[in-house]
Design a protein around this ligand. Structure first.
Ligand code: SAH
Ligand code: SF4
Length: 347
């Protein structure tokens, strides 16, 4: 059971949890699959709607378990079509979810925790600390809310909203499996990405999962002191250890993780930082994503000048490292992580 999640909520259960539940109720195993389809394929709001379950079972489930669904408390739409939602979950915690349409694709950026304990200096989510972990169903529901609002299928999902996914590992994997299941959301494993601040035990476990989920690691500096200052929650993980975990991931999976690097003026955009980044990436199977940092009022950080971002791109490319500059989306609606929740807390 995920820490801090309402134990009486069916949304706290992963697939094994649903199987244990039906076994405990003396039901055949296939009932767990039926529950999964109703909960995550159809996103029903009550047990009563689960028409292929026996009436007695529906009543028992309803008397034992809550079946909450997120409530949209705020919705913003950007000129580029990006939609950002503030969702209220059971118990009142709020999280942010973003829907990004792009041609045939619809990507959902979902949260894995309410708040985050890692305290990254540039991140709006880090400011308020951790409120609670989300259960698997609470992550899948964010995707369903966006699919419902856009009226179309979600093709990609990224755990890049609030929270550190590997600090809530089991619930996150449970959610990814529901998102991936053909009978639930049917999103291809390779189209499901988890972004971590670099918790190496999580990276190692993730490499062993049978599905081909995609990994992104937030690096933000390849200089230990700078990284420790920017990402205090992950200070105990040293860069050589992180590099080793990335190399191990590539060997075990044959897949290329991306490294996120948000460029902050005068902090991690100097020549020395650029050389350290090249050195870190050389010989690693990675794709570097350069991101102009989203300024968050409380942090006082500013984005690097465009010439500087381009010089990082040029130098990495020349060194034979795969690199791109992330296109900005939804900047007119505070699309940086945690910004909407912070603002709503302040108002
Ligand atoms: N906790 C995970 C996933 C959520 S944060 C992680 O840190 O990877 C998702 C991404 O947004 C991370 O790469 C994070 O570093 C980045 N991010 C957070 N605040 C940002 C900001 N103000 N500007 C640009 N990127 C930011
Ligand atoms: Fe947490 Fe990620 Fe924000 Fe860091 S960047 S505080 S790990 S959500």
């Amino acid at each position: 059971m995920p820490r801090g999640t309402d134990v009486a909520s069916i949304k706290a259960l992963d697939r094994a949890g649903l199987q244990a539940l039906v076994a405990e109720l003396g039901q055949p195993r296939f009932r767990a699959g039926q529950l999964e389809r109703w909960l995550y394929g159809r996103a029903v709001r009550s047990f009563a709607e689960m028409s292929d379950l026996p009436g007695g079972l529906r009543d028992t489930l309803a008397s034992r378990l809550a079946l909450p669904y997120p409530e949209i408390v705020h919705r913003q739409e950007s000129a580029d079509g990006t939609r950002k939602y503030l969702l209220r979950l059971a118990g009142g915690a709020t999280v942010e979810t973003v829907g990004l349409p792009s041609g045939d694709r619809l990507t959902v950026c979902f949260s894995t925790q309410a708040g985050c304990a890692m305290g990254c200096a540039f991140c709006a989510t880090g400011i308020g600390g951790l409120i609670r972990d989300l259960g698997p169903g609470e992550m899948v529901d964010q995707v369903s809310v966006v699919a419902g609002d856009f009226g179309r299928r979600v093709t990609n999902a990224v755990a890049m909203g609030q929270g550190e996914p590997f600090a809530n590992y089991d619930a996150v994997i449970g959610a990814l499996r529901f998102m991936n299941a053909p009978d639930a959301l049917g999103i291809g494993a390779r189209h499901i990405t988890v972004s971590t601040c670099g918790l190496v035990t999580g990276i190692r476990r993730f490499a062993e999962e049978p599905e081909q989920f995609t990994l992104a690691v937030s690096l933000h500096s390849a200089v230990q002191n700078t990284r420790d200052r920017l990402m205090p929650g992950v200070r105990s993980v040293k860069l050589p250890e992180l590099r080793k975990a990335l190399a191990g991931y590539a060997t075990a999976t044959g897949r290329r993780p991306s490294l996120e690097y948000a460029l902050i003026a005068g902090v991690n955009d100097t020549e020395a930082e650029r050389s350290a980044l090249v050195k870190f990436c050389r010989g690693l199977l990675v794709h570097v994503n350069l991101i102009p940092v989203n300024p968050v009022a409380e942090t006082g950080f500013a984005r690097s000048p465009a010439e500087c971002i381009e010089s990082f791109h040029r130098v990495l490319h020349a060194a034979g490292i795969e690199v791109s500059i992330r296109a900005e989306r939804g900047t007119d609606i505070d699309a940086a992580c945690g910004q909407l929740r912070q603002r709503s807390a302040a108002s």
